[in-house]
Design a protein around this ligand. Sequence first.
Ligand code: SAM
Ligand code: SF4
Ligand code: SF4
Length: 334
Amino acid sequence: MINDKLKRSFEYLRISLTDRCNYRCSYCMPKDIFNSDYKYLRKSELLTFEEILSFISILTNFNLKKIRLTGGEPLLRRNIENLIGKIKGLGIDHVALTTNGALLNYNKAELLKKNGLDSVTISLDSLKCSINRKINPHSNISKVIDAIYIAIDVFGSAKINVVVMKNINSQEILDIINKFKNLNVEIRFIEFMDVGETNEWNLEKVYSSESIYNDISRHYTLTKLVDEKNSTSTKWQLKNLSAKVGFISSITRPFCGSCNRARLSADGFFYTCLFATHGYNVLKRLRSSSSELKLKNDIQDIWSKRIDQYSVLRKTHRIGNDRENKIEMSYIGG
Ligand code: SAM
Ligand code: SF4
Ligand code: SF4
């Protein structure tokens, strides 16, 4: 077990498997920037599954409990189920996947489940074509909804991520709840975050969790549930219904104090904060003659010196959101 300078232990790794995506959500990969001229990572620059596994196996020395596979769109990586099976083989308790759902058909879901995937989160921001076109010109709502039903069938439950932007989809919160309220889902409303430098974030566009909570509680009774330790979302039960709702309030109520996670980019950089500007090059060490022990010691050293708390500092105006070289969400995986 390793603790950082703020006594947060390292327990959770989010791995971005690719910086590419078949969707172009405006808050993540605006289509004018992420076009055919954009320089995506080349295949040779991506960590191979074997390299990812070598790194995870080193991290198992540190009480690593959970891994989330993300991206870009992680299901674009072929044979991801093989990677999942091998990660489970290393003894990781929980392996999760966040996907836009476009490629999640029944066969794929069953293959993922068979290989040990524990849970699936699917992103859906709108049920209306007109709004969805603005947020995500490439997405096919009915495919994403089908993927949610498939995930519930195969995994017993699903999480749904909804990024809420003021006056864009903030008026759809109740429609989304109405659509899924009788299913075993957790609908997580996420405040629009200032990740990266391309999504034209500003505070005016954020619709706060408090506003979302108020909108919901005018129509439903919400009962507070106990939040999992180190969870980023605060969870509530919709009374007499199957669905739960969660609020991820990184802007208005930052949760840096319990942040137990690190991130690995698709090209093998290890970051200790979503808003980091520099990472540690794992790929270079894995492809050189560095020993496993050296890599293990470096990670231990990096985590034990960690002082990241960007969202808290931004909220208290001790840091601006305008620092240069902020990494993009599609690169680091959220
Ligand atoms: N492509 C997959 C997907 O969309 O589910 C996985 C990668 S995506 C970067 C992971 C999560 O980050 C998604 O749920 C997405 O909605 C969320 N996300 C992306 N950009 C965001 C932003 N600027 N603010 C808040 N959440 C964001
Ligand atoms: Fe793609 Fe996910 Fe980013 Fe949307 S949020 S553009 S689906 S990586
Ligand atoms: Fe963790 Fe950084 Fe997000 Fe704070 S801002 S919760 S330290 S990733």
